[in-house]
Structure formats: structure tokens, C-alpha cells
Design a protein around this ligand. Structure first.
Ligand code: DC
Length: 231
């Protein structure tokens, strides 16, 4: 069976990664979470003092980009890949609220995007990949055989994220999460380079009122139909 490329884009906390992981597992494809790559560069920038609460040193970060090495390492026990930044597992650290607060600003930097898009294209050279992010269908794989654009109301998304953060033990208020979700939506959709948008040919998928099982079944069927048509 010929392999395809599946590009999943959408607003933050729409459940892209949950769906992408399930699809990849069912199809025997590789899953790549590109948000993790932007988050890892953000963590690097925070650790090196290139970004903080009220400051940003873009030139400093751009000059240091060549020192950043990113790798996904598959964790057999968890069943998915974890992000490594310069050989250190940063999977837990990059999910923290502090990183979420800074990541949109880092993702706006053209040189950061150029570096990461090149890496992502390389990862998908052999197809058989499910990649999620904001610019996958528009910039990374405009030729992807299946493109999905996921949406859900900001309130629903913030609530999902809030529960996730509480489960991880972060002390956080719902209103703060909602504010972060809305702020990131705005920055992600209005930035100069590769803004978040529904790319041509993408299927819009609003999952505000849909459970995980239904989402997976629908998308799995879409994927199987597209795969069957490949010659
Ligand atoms: O999917 P996420 O919330 O982990 O993504 C973190 C941030 O990275 C998000 O605010 C936008 C940015 N991002 C991006 O600009 N392009 C991508 N392909 C993936 C993420």
C-alpha cells in the first residue's frame, strides 16, 4: 500500500496531537509534533536569557540557532516520541505554562521557522508521516495527500488545556489559560511569516462537541479512503 503524508493544522489545544498520534499508530506511520520543536527552541531561549517576561533578544537567539540540536526519540513504554534538546529529554519542561507564554513570540521569528521547516521536510521525505502544527498544509507539505484543519471554540480548548495542566500538577486558573489560548490564536494567525490559516484543500474539522472516539473514527476513515485511491 502506497504511503501518504497527513498534515494536521489548527488552533492551539484543538486536540491535534491526540488525534495525530492515534492516526499514526493505526496506520503504522511516524508522528511528528512540530509544536514541540518550537517549544524546545523557546526553552533554549529562556534558559540562555534570550527571552523573559518583559524582554526579547531576537538577534542573540538567531546567532545561537546553529547550536541547537533537536531530535525526537521514540519511547517504547509511552508509545510516542519525546523531544530532545541538545541530547536532553525536555518533553515535560516544554509543556509548562511558562513555555506556552513565550512560544508564540519565538515562532514569529523567520530564521527559527526556516530552520524548523527544513528539518520537518526532511523528516517527511519518505512519506508515511502524520505531522501536526500550524503551517504543515500550507508551508511544510503543501502537496500532502490529506490535510486537516482543526477548530473548536476558545472556551472548550482552554478548558481542555486547563484540565491537562491541573493533572500535571500546575497551579493555574482557568481564566489565565483562556487568556493564553486567545492571545496565542491572535499571534499565530496574524504573524508575518507562515500565519496559521486553513490551507487550500484542507478539510475543516470542528470538534467542539465531539468525543475522541468519534474524531478518530472519522479521520481514520478519511485517511483510509485517501490511501486506497493511491496508485
Ligand atoms: O501545538 P503547540 O501549542 O504545542 O504549539 C506551540 C506554539 O508553536 C504555538 O503557539 C504556535 C507555534 N507553532 C507554529 O508556529 N508552527 C507550527 N508548525 C507548530 C507550532
Amino acid at each position: 500500500m502506497k504511503k501518504i503524508t497527513i498534515a494536521i493544522d489548527g488552533f492551539s489545544s484543538t486536540g491535534k496531537s491526540t488525534l495525530a498520534k492515534q492516526l499514526a499508530r493505526a496506520l503504522g506511520y511516524v508522528y511528528v509534533d512540530t509544536g514541540a520543536m518550537y517549544r524546545a527552541i523557546t526553552l533554549f531561549a529562556m534558559n540562555k536569557g534570550f527571552i523573559g517576561a518583559n524582554f526579547e533578544n531576537r538577534d542573540g537567539l538567531v546567532a545561537a540557532l546553529s547550536k541547537i540540536q533537536l531530535r525526537f526519540v521514540f519511547n517504547e513504554d509511552l508509545g510516542f516520541s519525546e523531544m530532545y534538546l541538545n541530547d536532553k529529554n525536555v518533553e515535560a519542561e516544554i509543556r509548562k505554562m511558562e513555555v506556552s507564554r513565550n512560544v508564540s513570540h519565538i515562532a514569529e521569528i523567520e530564521q527559527v521557522r526556516i530552520k524548523l521547516v527544513a528539518l520537518q521536510k526532511k523528516m517527511g521525505e519518505k512519506k508515511g508521516i502524520v505531522m501536526d502544527g500550524r503551517d504543515i498544509g500550507s508551508v511544510v507539505f503543501p502537496e500532502a495527500e490529506l490535510k486537516i484543519f482543526m477548530t473548536a471554540s476558545p472556551e472548550k480548548r482552554a478548558y481542555r488545556r486547563y484540565k491537562e495542566l491541573l493533572d500535571r500538577g500546575e497551579k493555574i486558573r482557568y481564566e489565565e489559560v483562556l487568556e493564553n489560548v486567545e492571545k496565542r490564536d491572535y499571534i499565530d494567525s496574524h504573524r508575518e511569516f507562515s500565519p496559521l490559516m486553513k490551507s487550500s484543500g484542507a478539510i475543516e474539522f470542528d470538534n467542539s462537541d465531539m468525543g475522541l472516539k468519534e474524531q478518530f473514527e472519522r479521520m481514520h476513515n478519511f485517511a483510509l479512503r485517501v490511501i486506497e485511491k493511491q496508485v
